[in-house]
Design a protein around this ligand. Sequence first.
Ligand code: ADP
Ligand code: MG
Length: 737
Amino acid sequence: MEALRFQVVGEAFKKKPLDVKAPSERPCEYFGKKVFNREKMYKYLPKDVYEKMIDVIDNGSRLDRTIADAVAAGIKQWAVENGVTHYTHWFQPLTEGTAEKHDSFIEHDGKGGMVEEFSGKLLVQQEPDASSFPSGGIRSTFEARGYSAWDPTSPVFIIDDTLCIPTVFISYSGEALDYKAPLLRALHAVNVAATDVCHYFDPTVKKVTSNLGWEQEYFLVDEGLYAARPDLLLTGRTLMGHDSAKNQQMDDHYFGAIPERVQAFMKNLEIEALELGIPVKTRHNEVAPNQFELAPIFEETNLAVDHNMLLMSVMKRVARKHGFRVLLHEKPFAGINGSGKHNNWSLSTDNGVLLHAPGKTPEDNLRFATFIVETLMGVYKHNGLLKASIMSATNAHRLGANEAPPAIVSSFLGKQVSELLDHIETADKDFLAMAGKQGLKMDIPEIPELLIDNTDRNRTSPFAFTGNRFEFRAVGSEANCASAMIALNSAVAEALVDFKKRVDARIPEFEKKLAGTEHSAKFHAIIDVLREDIKTCKPIRFDGNGYSDEWVLEAEKRGLDVEKSCPKIFERYLDDASVKMFESLGVMTKKELEARNEVKWETYTKKIQIEARVLGDLSMNHIIPVATRYQSELLTNLNHMAVVFPIDTADKLSARNKKIIQEISERTFAIEKGVEELVDARKLANKITDEHEKAIAYHDKVEPKFDEIRYQIDKLELIVDDALWPLPKYRELLFIR
Ligand code: ADP
Ligand code: MG
């Protein structure tokens, strides 16, 4: 019988690109077609209700329960016109992905018939039977249920026949059980803190928005090949597989022509994304074969996070239509680049100023320096926590390998910004006082926006300044961006609050010194605090090669977090400094943090556990039997040779086969031994009841056993007859498209 592998390879080769019909309208016409956006609110809501909704969205004013019925009625009318029959609260539990429970609109009408209903109550709150979502023990199965609550700042949308309502998911006692609730709190905190600081420069600022533009990397694999790889199917990555003779060394995939079947998929995906209001803009090949990237135009962070979650699920669905599977795992293939999700982040004011972009006047640039330095202060103080926010069992494979950001958080600023900060730090302390007496003349160099050169980039930096934003590159491709955004926005909010306190305390001092020039006293106080902070956060600034061994030593000397073990990195969430920060900003309580860490450790353990099982099964059921079969063929050949040739000649002629027979025995033996040890290590780890300790045992004792087994299997792949090898090989997974 022909191996499944050859069947699926043959079929994959024959597949033709799907013919994707573009809508008759232009993209700007069908953009947001499936979203209850402002335009539709205007059309479907009474005028006063519309105005209240806009006030809720733009100014964060409280949602008045009395308007909920009117909003629900408008939404329902629009939904029904679009063929919708069901609705769901759509939320982001602490597992990966999103969750939903669909209910239909129909209700008994009391006269034996049915009516379609959708009230404000159903829009605002739902109680999904959520006991099986991870809660880290906050809400055990027997306790009160969790409920989901409408987030009016992220518009409802339609998928197929279902109206999806973005919601937070919280326990009955108010603890967050999801990503969105703490994200909204962190965004509120950074808004308040940054607005206060903005008032030094412009008293008319009412609101500061956090912006996020993510760049989603992913792999595509033919569906048939995927199905023939139980490891991909069950763990999202290949647990074995020898390098393809050719992989990414030619750099010919990056920005190369997009293969046709992939192009059709992308086209389809983009149409669906645009209809859902996701402003996708860029698509291209990535460095590795079969690796691609998609990026939208940046948006307000909460919306951007929702859009990324939505996009990931749409991607999976559309990929299947095209006979592909999309791999979002950070490291599906050993030896070639993994996937990340760069998070481009910045703050901007309601009057349109990008706070991380340099301006035209010295005052603008003082404000620019303030936001750069206080961002660095936040990142410096909480560098370990930021690493924890992007760490996962899957992203651990990517960080630290020589391709992606290293497992140490540092920041690259580029020459111009570094010089600006050096200038502020080292300039003569009196120069400002002198200038101050003559009015406001600040010796802050101008940096025209255009000069901040995008080419001045350092690809190895996990947190790089790129002209008008920071790019947090360590985020994993599979991750919910909310995790990184909660930590980053909170860290910066805390730094800004602290900054403001110190500046305010120093203003009177400078007023005394510079009698009569109250305006500049403020600026002097700002510069004084900035100087201090530039010195303090210097250890986080690093423009060199983040992959070098020297950097690890240097970073350790600087006091940066250099821990590499995933479960230990999670501990940073419970550091006093982290708890204090999250609690003081009202983002998360200690209880919530503890519960969430339980979930993180448990998830980590489960992932490694599943991988260990799959590796064991594949070794015993796929690899060893096939290697042994090939070995038997060689043995038969040996016997036949001995019959045909005189013994000396047969010996000589069979030397190579004998060697292989022996090698197969040695390697299968080593695999078997490895699997036994793996099972033993797992059994031992499973006895541990504490989730933290168990995760550490899985990291220290179980996972390291994978390497030896894989090494032996990959060697066998090189010597066993290709016709017998059961699993699609790297060259097939990576080059068929
Ligand atoms: P790259 O060259 O790194 O691929 P792009 O220009 O494609 O960068 O932009 C990457 C992402 O950064 C996009 O989503 C883009 O909208 C976003 N972006 C650009 N400017 C900002 C900003 N000031 N704040 C946040 N995101 C931004
Ligand atoms: Mg980028």
